[in-house]
Write a protein of this length. Structure first.
Length: 124
């Protein structure tokens, strides 16, 4: 993800801690996905913030097997179900959005799996 989008997410959502040691969080590597998913991640973060979580952090955000992976840590037990429901929904939606540009997309069925629209797939 580009620097501007990364900065926005880190500045606006305190559950990203990129300065933590790698033994505690992998956010030092940034958001390991394309900018096309920025609106999806931003919306997910807004929904998570609305839950008013007291103890919550995100230890990694990346693409894996063509889909978004959003790994949380330190979730209050009474809010865990709501947190995981929001994350599961966003991860499922990621398989319909081009990771590169944000247009409607779909995962390819062979080789390195990535979710892209046809124009972005042709650029690869």
């Amino acid at each position: 993800m580009n620097e501007q989008n990364t900065k926005y997410l880190i500045d606006n959502f305190n559950f990203f801690q990129p300065k933590k040691p790698l033994t505690e969080s992998l956010m030092a590597f940034g958001f390991e996905c394309g900018d096309g998913w920025f609106p999806l991640i931003k919306e997910l973060c807004e929904k998570l913030s609305a839950l008013k979580l007291k103890v919550f952090e995100v230890v990694q955000v990346k693409e894996k097997f063509g889909g978004l992976r959003f790994y949380p840590g330190g979730i209050e037990l009474e809010k865990a179900e709501a947190v995981f429901k929001l994350i599961d929904e966003a991860e499922a939606i990621s398989f319909t959005i081009c990771e590169a540009c944000g247009a409607p997309g779909k995962p390819n069925q062979q080789g390195w799996i990535s979710t892209l629209c046809d124009p972005c797939r042709q650029k690869k």
